[in-house]
Write a protein that binds this ligand. Structure first.
Ligand SMILES: [Zn+2]
Length: 63
């Protein structure tokens, strides 16, 4: 398969957490398809679940 796995686009101020509407800092790409955006708080809160789903996390924060 040579499906194009496009490089995730950087998050902007327009990207909001799917849970609370705060500015998103983490993009989670699900292996089944689709993606979720999280603020720092919710990325942390859902990290275990995201790991179980084998989501690919892109943390845009510098650390
Ligand atoms: Zn949030």
């Amino acid at each position: 398969m040579n499906a194009t796995l496009s490089t995730p686009v950087a998050l902007t101020a327009a990207d909001r957490c799917d849970r609370c509407g705060a500015a998103a800092v983490v993009r989670a790409i699900l292996p089944a398809g689709g993606e979720l955006l999280f603020c720092g708080h919710h990325a942390r809160q859902h990290s275990t679940r995201l790991e179980e789903l084998e989501a690919q996390l892109h943390d845009t924060r510098e650390n």
